[in-house]
Design a protein around this ligand. Structure first.
Ligand code: NDP
Length: 248
């Protein structure tokens, strides 16, 4: 049976590309009104127009999720302008790899800003709204790198292990609010994510994933939809999803 999210409002961070964009499109096609957050406002505005042209409802809000006031404004505008907040997908993130020794420490700050503070601030803003509603669902996008640490990935590992730990703690607290929490942990997905790295890091990544056909962003969107489409009595806590050819 086709997934029906009509009447629901889904807020997606990092909706300007990759997994966030695919998730927003999938939710809108399933009938949800969607709120889109990212810094590249032209991209989320174009996506909102596309969704509207297809007959959906979308709100684009320029947001740096690592800035508390902007994260809060995104979540609160979603609720006030679209009328509810059923699902928050904390997807925005950056992955800047390389050895710890001699790393440009600005890369660490960028990852902690988006991958950690972004998740914390959006969640913090969403919880009172979901409590008042008596229901809600928070989907946090972590990574296989949130389960398995490896050389050259230390700070990305730190942020994604952190998201995993935070999600389990949040899940336990949110049970009493009627709010479900799902942690999604993708393996390699074909998106813009690796492209922000230094050239030598990109070359190493290409070597590591040689011969692996990555997942499509839509594969992860499908996993998110699976989790949020379950009946209220079912809480999908964790989804670990790799390309069939990915070993580590
Ligand atoms: P993309 O680079 O395509 O998308 C990342 C998104 O995050 C963009 O929309 C970007 O928007 C947004 N973003 C980054 N920083 C901020 C910020 N400070 N404030 C608001 N938005 C921000 O990569 P993916 O789609 O692959 O990444 C999505 C998530 O999936 C990330 O959390 C990533 O760690 C995770 N992931 C990805 C994997 C992969 O192989 N691709 C594997 C495992 C996990 P903008 O730049 O416009 O702000």
């Amino acid at each position: 049976m086709a997934i029906d999210l009509s009447g629901q409002v889904v807020a997606v961070t990092g909706a300007s590309s990759g997994i966030g964009e695919a998730t927003a499109i999938a939710c809108a096609r399933a009938g949800a009104a969607v709120a889109l957050a990212a810094r590249r406002v032209d991209r989320i505005q174009a996506l909102a127009e596309r969704i509207t042209q297809e007959g959906g409802r979308a709100l684009a809000v320029e947001t740096d999720v690592g800035e508390e006031s902007q994260a809060r404004a995104f979540v609160e505008r979603t609720h006030s302008e679209l009328g509810r907040l059923d699902v928050l997908v904390n997807n925005a993130g950056v992955m800047l790899l390389g050895p710890i020794e001699n790393a440009p420490t600005e890369e660490w700050r960028r990852m902690i800003h988006a991958n950690v503070f972004g998740v914390l601030y959006c969640t913090h803003a969403a919880l009172p709204l979901m409590r008042a509603q008596g229901s809600g669902h928070i989907v946090n996008v972590s990574s296989v790198a949130g389960r398995i640490a490896s050389a050259g990935s230390g700070v990305y590992n730190l942020t994604k292990f952190g998201v995993g730990a935070f999600s389990e703690s949040l899940r336990q607290e949110a049970v009493g609010l009627g709010v479900r929490v799902t942690l999604v942990e993708p393996g390699a997905v074909a998106t813009e994510l690796p492209g922000h790295n230094r050239p030598e890091v990109i070359a190493q990544m290409e070597k590591r994933f040689q011969g692996v056909t990555p997942l499509a962003a839509e594969d992860i969107a499908n996993a998110v939809l699976y989790a949020i489409d379950q009946p209220a009595s079912v809480s999908v806590n964790e989804v670990l999803i790799r390309p069939s050819g990915q070993q580590g």
